[in-house]
Design a protein around this ligand. Sequence first.
Ligand SMILES: Cc1cc2nc3c(=O)[nH]c(=O)nc-3n(C[C@H](O)[C@H](O)[C@H](O)COP(=O)(O)OP(=O)(O)OC[C@H]3O[C@@H](n4cnc5c(N)ncnc54)[C@H](O)[C@@H]3O)c2cc1C
Length: 346
Amino acid sequence: MMSLFTLQYFRITMSNIRIGVLGAGVVGVTTALELQKEYPSASLTIIADKFGQETTSDGAAGIFRPASSFCGPTEDISRQWINDSYYYYEDIRKSAEAAHAGVIQMSGYILSSINKDIVQNHYLEKLLPLFRRATEEELSLYPGNWRYGTFYTTLVTECRKFLPWGMHRFEEAGGQVKNKLLSSFNDVSGDFDIVVNCLGLGAKYLCSDHNMVPIRGQVLKVNAPWIKTFLYGDFDTYIIPGIEAATLGGCRNYDSYDLRVNRHDTASILERCTALVPSLKKASIIREWVGLRPHRSPVRVEAENINGLKVVHNYGHGGYGVTSAPGTAKHAVQLVKEMHSARSKL
Ligand SMILES: Cc1cc2nc3c(=O)[nH]c(=O)nc-3n(C[C@H](O)[C@H](O)[C@H](O)COP(=O)(O)OP(=O)(O)OC[C@H]3O[C@@H](n4cnc5c(N)ncnc54)[C@H](O)[C@@H]3O)c2cc1C
């Protein structure tokens, strides 16, 4: 238990601290906001070479749906991240900010014709307000030989809205923003007491982390406001309605760095999604987009001293960064506190 004196001392030292958040994707923005909440008078700066629509986060459909294989260092920590993230977005959804932040509630089906494990999810079954097996009748609602299915109610966070909303809040509360391409941690070492590394795939290079692997994904953003239900079929086929567009996907190309739109992927996505929902043939394509999921197993949230610079890592969220960012941000802030208080006592 902290004494009143220690608590007071801790508050004073934290108010003087200079913290750099490296990266302005969903992980960087949620981390910066979480730091600001905990330490409103600290000096906080986000540094990145890409913002908003230039980030990987921008193209994500943003559905809150961790894969069962998503993992942190332990099962308990992974579950904590997921639960914390869910309640973070749920609080926004219930607030007057929901539309500006791009957070909406969404229900839909996970369907499979081949494997019952695909439709289960140990993270979500106890967390979501509604999570149940689909009935035989429901399995016949969509073309295809669906044998297994789950219906649930979750959240969708559209980063095209959430990132500008988060950046605006950060700056409004006194946060600084710097556009800079970093080639090493030395580039920021004199400027901050602690930095939080939210560089996504960029961390592969700055940390020489061979466990970081890009998993390429391609999606189509379409205008289909009549689609109100999310749907997942086999082989990475998904339809996720959003606020500004519906996202049709997809593919997962492990260890691929190819950022070009591939016309064969486009054709395959359209064929699979229109087979599931024929009315999508009438949807106009707004844009085609490719992103590289910054995959690492486990996701890295840990403290490290790099040549005298205190670094808290927060990267490697793979295909589940929107889903898990607020939870890992909370964990990263805890590590910042521990690292700084250890330093202050020296
Ligand atoms: C097709 C597709 C669909 C997806 N759908 C979903 C979904 O429905 N739900 C979900 O939860 N997740 C989804 N994801 C995953 C999600 O997009 C990622 O997990 C998430 O965007 C990772 O966020 P990030 O902040 O770590 O990385 P990024 O968004 O890539 O941000 C990295 C930041 O670091 C900066 N940076 C990197 N290197 C440097 C450097 N050297 N110097 C300066 N700045 C640097 C960049 O400029 C950027 O600001 C999807 C991904 C793809 C590709």
